[in-house]
Design a binder for this molecule. Structure first.
Ligand code: RIB
Length: 283
């Protein structure tokens, strides 16, 4: 039976420690770790599978009691050695297909559906989705939900999807400048971004072009509702994920599996919610 105490160390690997979403998630995890007498070692995979493998091996060598991981993809084979030797693994921000591992995540298909419903409600029809690499399951799910509502609505709406190379402000700026360079008739009248960093970059590019008003010409909707969303020049509407709660509950789930007799994996799933601000105000 594992002794809970100062020496009990947990490894945590997040996708992008520079993204405020994961900083907030780590804050929730760290608070819960303190409550449970656990120490956390934080690793940043930075969306790189090789970096993720390095951290998994490092945590394996250090014989951590548990691992919290937001995986870079849905290929979880690298985690098997840990599970085989009894390390408790909890997936964070992603729900696995198989239930070998516990998970604490958000229903991102539902989040994408909320986004399309909102943009159709404010009478936008020329919709664009700006995402990151489609290898990221969270991004894929958001686009799937978005497209599903648009096709169900039967509205004469269409979706133009852009696959960015990263989920960063800089990438949002790059794609935003491409859109701003188009003739007005060829531009979308609303953009759904896979996260707030992309949305903030898009908004900066539109406003700096001097020819696009937000939301009058193009509405912008983000995802995560990071603290900065409300202080963007045009306050950003966003599909909110409970980042702090995700982190806090993932450590609780881990601790319960350490100590509890019931080691059966559990899947906890949260629903995101729409936070409407000026960037999608009805025209
Ligand atoms: O960094 C990748 C994105 O996936 C974050 O913004 C958050 O939305 C996570 O789910």
């Amino acid at each position: 039976q594992l002794r809970m105490g100062r020496s009990t160390t947990v490894g945590m690997i997040v996708l992008d420690v520079g993204n405020p979403f994961f900083a907030e998630l780590a804050r929730g995890a760290e608070d819960a770790a303190l409550e449970h007498g656990l120490a956390i070692i934080l690793g940043n995979s930075n969306h790189s599978i090789s970096r993720e493998r390095t951290y998994v091996d490092l945590f394996n060598e250090r014989r951590v009691a548990g691992l919290l991981i937001s995986p870079t993809s849905d290929d979880l084979t690298a985690l098997e050695p840990l599970a085989d030797q009894g390390t408790t693994v909890v997936l964070v921000d992603q729900r696995p297909d198989d239930s070998r591992f516990s998970s604490v995540s958000v229903d991102d298909v539902y989040g994408g559906r909320l986004a399309a419903q909102h943009l159709l409600e404010i009478q936008r029809r020329r919709l664009a989705f700006v995402g990151g690499p489609s290898s990221i399951p969270q991004v894929r799910d958001r686009l799937d939900g978005f497209r599903a509502v648009v096709s169900e609505a039967g509205a004469p709406a269409r979706v133009e999807a852009f696959e960015g190379s990263a989920l960063t402000v800089l990438e949002g700026r790059r794609i935003g400048e491409q859109l701003a360079a188009r003739p007005a008739a060829d531009r979308p009248d609303a953009v759904f971004a896979a996260n707030d960093l992309l949305a903030i970059g898009l908004e900066q590019a539109f406003l700096m072009s001097g020819t696009i008003r937000v939301p009058q010409d193009v509405a912008i909707l983000g995802y995560d509702d990071i603290a900065f969303a409300q202080s963007a020049i045009v306050p950003l509407s966003s599909i909110r994920q409970p980042a702090y709660e995700l982190g806090h509950r993932s450590v609780q789930t881990l601790a319960r599996q350490f100590t509890g007799s019931d080691r059966a994996p559990v899947q906890l799933e949260f629903l995101p919610e729409l936070v409407q601000r000026q960037s999608t105000a009805p025209a």
